[in-house]
Unconditional design. Structure first.
Length: 64
């Protein structure tokens, strides 16, 4: 996992937070929820390969 991935996740978090606040103050709570959900899905698609690699390493560790 590189530093660039951490910066990407932080940038998505900041962007989602700003958009969420703007949408909530304008009375569009449903769109704010969808933006938060889209941000979560985007970050999960970046992280899932690393989680898979972690599980494979743990499985190899215990199947020696």
């Amino acid at each position: 996992m590189g530093v660039s991935l951490i910066f990407k996740i932080a940038a998505v978090g900041i962007l989602v937070t700003i958009l969420n606040q703007v949408l909530k103050h304008s009375g569009r709570d449903e769109q704010a929820f969808l933006i938060s959900l889209a941000g979560l899905i985007l970050v999960l698609t970046w992280i899932i390969p690393y989680i898979y690699d972690l599980f494979v390493m743990v499985q190899e560790l215990f199947t020696l």
